[in-house]
Design a protein around this ligand. Structure first.
Ligand code: KG4
Ligand code: ZN
Length: 401
């Protein structure tokens, strides 16, 4: 018999894989009761990137109050939850361990099952959760499957073909970066231009003020033979899509050297170090035309490369829809250009809300729901797996799509 909405299971999700300590309560995989995120941006900002030791320390400091706030905000007691879900990888080992240890203790103390969630699966479920929420309210049709999912963040640039099999979801990894993630390129380029951390939001805010055609960037062809079948994380070279974002970062650096921009960059860096609360308009005033053009051209090149390859992969695998998730999915130009092309192709496309684009725990609780239904629980020996793959070669063989 179908359960009424209020009887559906409650999952407490916990996420500590990188630099956000997050906890959320989600009912029935489709209703977010709370979603609390403690950001560590202020801690890592002075270093221009995440410092792993500081991240672990901050997670330790934040985990108890963040979980408590998520339970309070949901209007429930901790004993009301039906399962505890936690990110087990990929991510920073020490950071992951804080969430895992706490989730394990909670599950043991409450006598509730523990569910391990892959962070990348979480990003995909950020979109599926919001689609399910919309469907619940307005009877919206769910995204047709299979979907091509681009997970694009500070640590990842992956393409997955996503299907449903009974209550479970299946992911076939059909693309990845061979070096830097797209978000990493945004962060590194922002840093070398003397902008704040994380760089993505700054580049997003400044790019509309420059000419995206001013600096021509190109992406080299990536040779499939360097990523042969049988290597760890290897994809089928005949069909795989490879991204590479380290070259464009070097090209931006070279551009600043050839055009002798060092003094302007250091002046900007020094000015911003003195005003940590600077707004985009303040930062724009610190950028000359050449810098704004460089930023706009960099963003256009990255977005276009992601767009071209994602749509090509969608076509190649007969995807019926597209979803884009992860921190870089917050990028406004990316959303506009992906949406325009999706309309042209008649492909439904979905992005998470801005709050669910970057790391959060609602996506972890949502990804855990099908695992609760199928009793796919974690062992008491669960530990962090910093390089945990989703839909890798072994899983594909065991669970062919
Ligand atoms: O998903 P996320 O919070 O963490 C990871 O799993 O990596 O993604 C963070 C990344 C950072 O690299 C950040 O610069 C990028 O997402 N990002 C953006 C934007 N907002 C965040 N990149 C481009 N445009 C944005 N608006
Ligand atoms: Zn993430």
């Amino acid at each position: 018999m179908a359960r009424s909405g209020l009887d559906l299971p409650l999952i407490l999700g916990i996420e500590t894989s990188c630099d956000e300590t997050a906890a959320a309560v989600v009912r029935g995989g489709s209703e977010t009761l709370s979603n609390v995120v403690a950001s560590q941006i202020a801690t890592h900002s002075p270093y221009g990137g995440v410092v792993p030791e500081l991240a672990s320390r901050e997670h330790l400091r934040n985990i108890v109050p963040v979980v408590r706030a998520s339970v309070q905000e949901a209007g429930i007691e901790l004993t009301d939850v039906d399962a505890i879900a936690v990110t087990s990888g990929p991510g920073l080992a020490g950071a992951l361990l804080v969430g895992i240890s706490y989730a394990k203790s909670l599950a043991w103390a409450l006598g509730k099952p523990l569910i391990a969630v892959n962070h990348l699966e979480g990003h995909i479920h950020a979109v599926l959760l919001e689609q399910a929420e919309l469907a619940r309210r307005s009877k919206l049709e769910p995204l047709p499957l299979p979907a091509m999912a681009l997970v694009v963040s500070g640590g990842h640039t992956h393409l997955y073909l996503v299907r449903k099999h009974g209550e479970s979801w299946r992911y076939k990894n059909v693309g990845r970066t061979v070096d830097d993630a797209a978000g990493e390129a945004f962060d590194k380029v922002a840093k070398l231009l003397g902008l704040g951390y994380p760089g993505g939001p700054w580049i997003d805010a400044l790019a509309p003020h420059g000419n995206p055609a001013a600096v021509p960037f190109s992406f080299s062809q990536i040779k499939a033979k360097a990523h042969r079948r049988g290597e760890p994380g290897a994809l089928d070279p005949a069909t795989a899509t490879f991204f590479s974002f380290s070259g464009i970062k070097t090209a931006v650096l070279r551009y600043t050297q050839v055009h002798e921009m060092a003094v302007a960059i250091e002046t900007r860096r020094a000015a911003l170090a003195l005003s940590p609360g600077a707004k985009p308009a303040d930062v724009q005033a610190l950028c000359d035309r050449q810098t704004l053009d460089l930023i706009a051209s960099f963003q256009r090149a990255v977005v276009d490369d992601l767009r071209r390859k994602t749509f090509r992969a969608a076509e190649q695998f007969g995807a019926e829809s597209l979803l884009v998730s992860g921190g870089v999915a917050a990028n406004r130009e990316l959303r506009v250009r992906f949406t325009a092309e999706a309309v042209e192709h008649g492909l439904p496309i979905a992005f998470p809300s801005l709050a669910l684009s970057t790391d959060n725990a609602a996506m972890i609780a949502a990804a855990a729901y099908p695992k609760l239904l199928t009793e796919d629980f974690a062992a008491a020996t669960l530990t962090a797996d910093p390089s945990l793959a989703l839909g890798n070669a072994v899983e594909r063989a065991a669970n062919p799509l």
